[in-house]
Structure formats: C-alpha cells, structure tokens
Design a protein around this ligand. Structure first.
Ligand SMILES: [Zn+2]
Length: 464
C-alpha cells in the first residue's frame, strides 16, 4: 500500500508524492511565545513529529522548518506589561518551548526561524505584492487585496462573498477597502516596536511571517504544511494567497491539520481557567511519554478529550508496554525457535506499516502492537520461544518506538532519552554562549537526580 495523507485542500486522502524523490520539505506552524504552550499546542507539534519520524522510517530525508512567532499583538502587550524588551520577554518562553518539546521527545526541526530575525524578508515580499498589484497601501499600512486572488477561500471551503465584518475578520481595521482584506504590514504605532524597511516604518502582519520564512527555508513550493485546525482560516488561507500571488507557484502540495484537544469536553481557555501545560502533567506524577502515548492513542484528525482519568489509564497501559519490553530484554531460554512467533513478528511489522501508511493511523498501529504483545506474552509464559525470537520482537518494538517515541527504555537504570536531549540542548546553549540557559538545564537535570561531568571526551552523566 502506498503512503497516503489526508489533504485538507482536496478533502481527500492522497498518495504522498513529494516534489523530489525520497525528500520531504515540511513547514509547521510553531508557537507564539507569550506563555507556556498548553497541551493542545503540544498535540499539534507532536503530530508533526510523528509525521516526520514516520517519513524518516520510510526512508525519506526530511527538512522541517517551524516558525517562532516572537512578534504579534500578544507578545508586544505582555512584554510592555512586564516592562522588559520584546526580545527578553520572548527569549524566556522560547526556552520553555524547547524544554517542553525535548521532554516530549519531539525531534528538533532543522530550523526555527524567529520572526524578528526575518523582517527584511517579509518587507521584501510585501514590496513584491505591491508591485504585482496584489496589495495596496492605506496610510502607513499595507493590505492584501483578496478580490485579486480568485482561489481565496478554497482551503477553508468558505464562500468569501459571505464574509461579514466582525465574525472572523479583525473588525477594528476599518482602513481596509474590503472587510476580507488582511494586513500584510502594519504602520508604526506609538509605544510598539517597529522596523525601518524599504516599504516604510512598521512591523509585519502575522500571516506574512509564515509565507516569507517558509519560502526562505524550503523554497516556493513545499511538500507538507502542518498546523492545528484553528490555523486553517484565516491564517493558512492567507498564507496561500500571499505566497502564490508572490511566487506564481503552488505553495503547498499537502495541507495536514491536527484536530482540537478538549479538556473535560471543553475548549481550553484562560478565562475558563482550564489550561493544562506539560508541567501540570509532570507535577501530577505522569511522564512526558504518557502524554505522548495519550496523543498517539487517538488519530490526529479526531478530537481528543483530555481528562485526568484518561491519562491515568494511559499510564497503566504504557506501563504494561514498558514491562513487556523489559521482559523481552531479560528473556533467556534454551527453548527452540518458534516458527509462529517468527511469522507473527513479520506480520505485525507489515501491519504497523499498513496502518501508518493510512494517514498515520496511530490508533490502528497501537492496536496491532497490543495484539502482538498478547501473543508473545503467552509464549513467554510457556517459555515457548527462543532467545532469538524474543530478540527479534524486542528489536521490532524499538523500530515501532522510533516512530511513536512512547517507551521508556531503561538504560543504565535511568530514563535516558530525556536526559540525552537535555544534555544536547545544554551543549547547544553553551555553543551559543547562553550560559544562563545552560546552567538552568544543569539545575533541572540535578532535580531529576542526574549529575553532569564535563570530561575530555565530552559530557558524561551519572545518577546521584
Ligand atoms: Zn503559520
């Protein structure tokens, strides 16, 4: 079976055909760094991670870019409230973002472009859109002229003639010629950061950020663009309009969107006071892998209702999987090879791939794994498999885990995955001469009972 993904643009599952053979360029909408990521945000990043890992499992080389939005109304307001610079304010939340994704074992993207480092690229793109007649100036701001882009509304499947002010568009922008038009560039405002560019003094609008940075790092056309379902309209719709108007080429071949996460069947919001972060999960005694397991247990296009009861169940089930893997590792027997187990192993290797090829059907893949676990456990009880059989199943579990990332593999008696990731993060911080962050990580590892030693061969760690 061929690898298929559901493309939001066509509304169908399509065979994945990248622009370049065995290479996939992925752009993922990243965090706006004005607070801790909540578990709904993390679900979208984790989905992109599983996508990336599975493409790598299938032999693709992946190049992934994820924006860091450190400039928008929220970050400006929050930094002003705290009386610190925008950079200082957002630096802090960028650090927390990386800590979260490392703990969740989300593989690092190849590049994390930061908006404030790419203002010129954005201004250049706005300039091009002005020259091509897709944009117009109103006072010091620049707007995209939606009426010039006939395909507008295709991704979101909306009829734009029916958009009324106030509902989905920013109603306070009366300067626009048409309520559907959106800001590409915002005029300099008193008390807000601004940049001096060829198109004037001001700052970019939110949507242009992703277009400019994705074109810079992945080219005019990208294979896959990911995000949460909230991003479809207007954000992704606007990205398509700006990018395709500017380059004259198709922007994204496959749009993939992750569904909402609800908490006790309600949308998370500050006003409801029901925002849950990874820290809350850890403070309740659950590992990051348990949250990962809970996420992959439901399909990315299904709504996920998070409850503390559900993560409790997830924890129990995951413990059983971890115990199974430990059992395989310790299995030692003089028993003869069991042909049925050999066949079972190859059948489940195949089934995992069939499920994952089907639009990343992680619940199906897990069901297959549990079937296998049941049968192998029964054989272990009867000692009806050879040590080689057990080793083959163990290796297959590791292969699955390279995609799902849910197992807590005990090495040297501790949870090595998180620690290695944190050490790597600390090394990178030191290279960037960010010693404050490096020290924070060391402190954090200490809290986890890990002591670091800088040796000639690099950093070594041991349990306290
Ligand atoms: Zn975006």
């Amino acid at each position: 079976m061929a690898l298929k993904f559901y493309n939001t643009l066509s509304g169908k599952k399509e065979v994945f055909v990248p622009l370049t053979d065995k290479f996939a360029g992925i752009y993922s909408c990243g965090p706006t760094v004005y607070g801790f990521a909540h578990i709904g945000n993390l679900r979208a990043y984790l989905f992109a991670d599983v996508l990336r890992r599975y493409l790598e499992f299938k032999g693709y080389t992946v190049r992934q870019a994820m924006n860091i939005t450190d400039l928008d109304d929220k970050t400006i307001r929050a930094s002003k409230e705290q009386g610190i610079s925008l950079r200082e304010y957002t630096d802090k939340y960028i650090r927390f973002f990386f800590e979260d994704i490392d703990l969740l074992r989300i593989k690092r993207a190849d590049v994390y472009p930061r908006v404030t480092d790419h203002i010129n690229e954005m201004a250049d793109m706005v300039k091009l859109l002005l020259e091509k007649g897709y944009a117009y100036r109103k006072d010091g701001s620049v707007y995209f002229k939606v009426s010039e882009f006939p395909d507008y509304g295709k991704l979101a499947k909306i009829d734009i003639s029916r958009i009324k002010p106030g509902a989905t568009v920013e109603a306070d922008e009366y300067e626009k010629e048409d309520v559907r038009d959106f800001a590409l560039w915002k005029e300099k405002k008193e008390g807000e950061p601004f940049w001096v560019t060829e198109i004037g003094e001001g700052r970019p609008g939110w949507h242009i950020e992703c277009s400019a940075m994705s074109i810079k790092y992945l080219g005019a056309t990208i294979d896959i663009h990911t995000g949460g379902i909230d991003n479809i309209f207007p954000h992704h719709q606007n990205e398509i309009a700006q990018s395709e108007a500017a380059t004259g080429q198709k922007f994204v071949r496959c749009w993939m969107h992750c569904q909402h996460l609800l908490v006790d069947n309600k949308k998370m919001s500050k006003s409801m006071g029901n925002i849950i972060t990874l820290r809350d999960v850890i403070n309740r005694g659950y590992t990051p892998e348990t949250l990962r397991y809970l996420f992959v247990f439901s399909h990315y296009r299904s709504r996920l209702n998070f409850t503390w009861e559900s993560i409790g169940h997830a924890s129990n089930t995951l413990n059983r999987l971890n115990q199974f893997v430990e059992r395989l590792k310790d299995y030692n027997s003089k028993s003869k090879s069991n042909e049925e187990i050999t066949m079972l192993t190859s059948r489940h290797a195949q089934r995992f791939e069939t499920e994952m090829d089907n639009d990343l059907n992680t619940p199906g893949a897990l069901a297959s794994i549990f079937d296998m676990v049941g049968e192998v456990n029964a054989a272990i009880e009867k000692e009806d498999l050879s040590a080689e059989n057990a080793k083959a199943v163990y290796e297959l579990m590791l292969k699955f885990n390279a995609v799902l990332g849910i197992l807590t593999l005990k090495e040297k008696g501790v949870l090595s995955g998180n620690i290695e990731a944190l050490i790597e993060e600390r090394e990178k911080a030191r290279e960037r001469k960010n010693f404050k962050h490096a020290d924070e990580i060391r402190k954090r590892l200490e809290d986890m009972g890990i002591v670091l030693e800088d040796t000639k061969e690099g950093v070594k760690w041991r349990k306290k």
